[in-house]
Write a protein that binds this ligand. Sequence first.
Ligand code: MLC
Ligand code: AMP
Length: 511
Amino acid sequence: MDNQNLFAALRAAFPADLDSTAIETADGPGAPLRYSWRDLERGTAMMANLLTGLDLPAGSRVAVQTDKSVEALMLYLAVLRAGHVYLPLNTAYQAAEIAYFIGNAEPAVVVCAPKSFAWVSRVAFQAGTMHVFTLGDDRSGSLLERAAHCSDVQVPAVKQADDLAAILYTSGTTGRSKGAMLSHGNLLSNARMLKDYWAWRPGDVLIHALPIFHVHGLFVASHGALLNGSKMIWFSKFDPQAVIARLPEASVFMGVPTLYVRMLAEASLTPQACRTMRLFVAGSAPLLSETFQAWQQRTGHTILERYGMSETVMLSSNPYEPASARRAGTVGFALPGVTLRVQDEQGQPCACGEIGGIQVRGPNVFAGYWRMPEKTQEEFTADGWFKTGDVGKIDAEGYIHIVGRSKDLIISGGYNVYPAEIEGYINDMAGVAESAVIGVPHRDFGEAVVAVVVARPAAEVNGAAIVAALKQQIANFKVPKQVFVVPDLPRNAMGKVQKNLLRERHQDLFR
Ligand code: MLC
Ligand code: AMP
């Protein structure tokens, strides 16, 4: 049987001219740096050989928390190539968050930024990790030093479609984060299907400006370009002006809605700036109709909105052609091979236009949560459909609309924040009786995190002090943008906090 290793499939798509440009850096140390396809081939071979030389057990996890760089992307590809399991971690995570992921996933190898080595290595060695390497965004660090001594020839490990390729942690509504296990087959089938669906073509150039520790930047954007043998213009950090300045060299751009909102605020965003562009894709959070329309008016281009998750990669998309069939406020149709249904709380199918829970099936759906069989079982129906936790409807023309979430989740600038986790930290603080964390509309981030806190009798609690304390403990994007201290929280007859009332009360805070 053929090798189903995702890396092997990506490499097979490299162009015949291996000396042509695969990636050009647009910012960061030494930019512009040019990487050829041969550089990707050799660099990933050397890193894969380094990993293989460590004699790791089969299926070892390689956890990575590094700044975005081309070498970091190569490391991802090298992990696939060597047949191990890639575990990307948001660069904003702090020690307690990292300790949980490392403790849960038990990676054999951890790669971190040189500046984080002291604390990450302490956490990793305590959890039994055997090897900790460093990788800086300027090609510094022990990973490349060691890989430099390895051969640049390597045969990709043989993998079956259902072998594990990556674990992506997504927080749970209750309890701790869960590692979604994605196989080579999940990722490759989705990438191949999107290549056709979005009509990737010879000569396409992608502007890559998303982080590479989540589905959107790591899989959808990178796989799209690699599988098409397309050049990437590589931003280590999103900067609206700088991205707009490079649009005339590109044809494809992918972003979360915040990226579109920020580019719209720039006068340099004009039809002329977009003259070579073929496709603008948005996803990871709801794209407001006003952003969709403003983009159309300003650039003449219609953003294509799609819908996905860590557990399923891409699920649905607005049509590629005709562009006039892309509808604001919808996420289009289930992608080829994906089946999607909407069910009510009794498990009955919803009629057209009726709102219910979105469930899916297909080759893209993950194998389950890492070492959490009960959680996995909870998230699947008895007949094998994955419950997305998103609430929506399918209209008379078949378009899918996401209208809310059954999971208590805030999506801020494309990052997920679970209120239960933040409430846990706040409730542990001295003087706090209880708290409710909510998401409210935000003009830049789509939703912003806000905390409403009740003090214990006679205790002094201060919002600014809570924010300062949280900044020491958790990733910065999870920290509430505002904290209100109130006498009590609104509750219903069952005693449950009425977060909808709190959201209404604070809905105009950041609009
Ligand atoms: C940054 N900040 C945020 C934030 N990002 N606050 C809330 N939400 C966010 N998303 C805050 C920081 O805490 C900091 O505040 C200040 O902004 C500056 O930080 P920064 O890192 O310099 O911000 P910036 O570079 O401007 O980042 C904004 C952003 C980034 C929009 C470019 O958040 C981003 O890249 N988002 C994309 C996320 C993504 O790729 N999601 C895909 C998930 S995959 P302070 O107070 O600390 O100074 C998925 C599946 C699917 O969902 O369907 O795709
Ligand atoms: P994550 O767990 O980070 O993969 O986030 C997945 C969640 O992002 C989904 O369950 C949706 O709630 C949300 N999401 C992704 N794309 C869209 C979209 N186009 N519109 C609305 N929500 C989206």
